[in-house]
Design a protein around this ligand. Sequence first.
Ligand code: CP
Ligand code: NVA
Length: 300
Amino acid sequence: MTRHFLTLKDLSRSELVALIQRAIALKKDPTGPQTAELMRLRTMVLIFEKTSTRTRTSFEVACAHFGGSSIFLSPTDSQMSRGESISDTARIVSSMADLIVMRTSEHSRVCTMAEYSAVPVINALSEDFHPCQLLADLQTFFEHRGNIQKARAAFVGDGSSNVCQSWINAAAMMDFELRVGAPEGYHPKRALVETAGNRCKVTTSAQEAVSDVDLVITDTWTGMGQENEKTQRLDALSDFQVNQQLMALASKEALFMHCLPAYRGQEVSAEVLEGPQSVVWDEAENRLHAQKALMELLMT
Ligand code: CP
Ligand code: NVA
């Protein structure tokens, strides 16, 4: 059966832990003989309906390291922008290519791609979830702190963001506490929070969320596709900036994460982003290693 990766929950807990360990090993030894052939004579097609720096680069570099070729279809390149259906596109692309990586708006679009594709489909970000980001973020936490089980993490800012919602899945799967500090109107989907049981708590206080946590996370206040709400978002979220004052309430050893791109002076201060607790550059680099481990899992 063709395996897809649309949310973190497409992996079992043990697969996720093994994938993180594999990503750490691939980072230490990227040239092992087992890796060079994975994509030989195989092609990855990236169908991106939104812009990207890290996700596109990391997938294309991973594919090149694995000996494969890749094709990038931006919104203006494919016939989907002129109304060709996702289901037709999935059948056609998967009859020629070996892996589809899709970045899109509604989560249902990547689900439809997977439904009609004969080859694995990876969600490279939808409005609801960004699971590839979480692979890299979990790898980063493991590298710095050994394990995340029983840790305490806080997501501060737009709790309805795809990154926050993927952190909720991670908390349920990896058994750590995630507190979401977000204003009314910017909370994660209630049904999703409920799936995490006591592993996820939502509060309207940023201070309460970060109190004594081991990890503070944020994301842009205005995600891709939300540009027309920018003024209202900056206003609603203005008390939820991660700055040194807020970080001082977390544990002394707390790490700071941000998927990037970051907007200094909005969701995070420049001091925190560039400061000693920030591991954002590791997160970005780990996109490459974690997605290599994901490709191995789906392609072998
Ligand atoms: N974090 C992330 O997904 O970055 P890009 O939008 O640059 O791919
Ligand atoms: N939440 C952000 C993540 C960017 C990587 C967005 O969707 O734009």
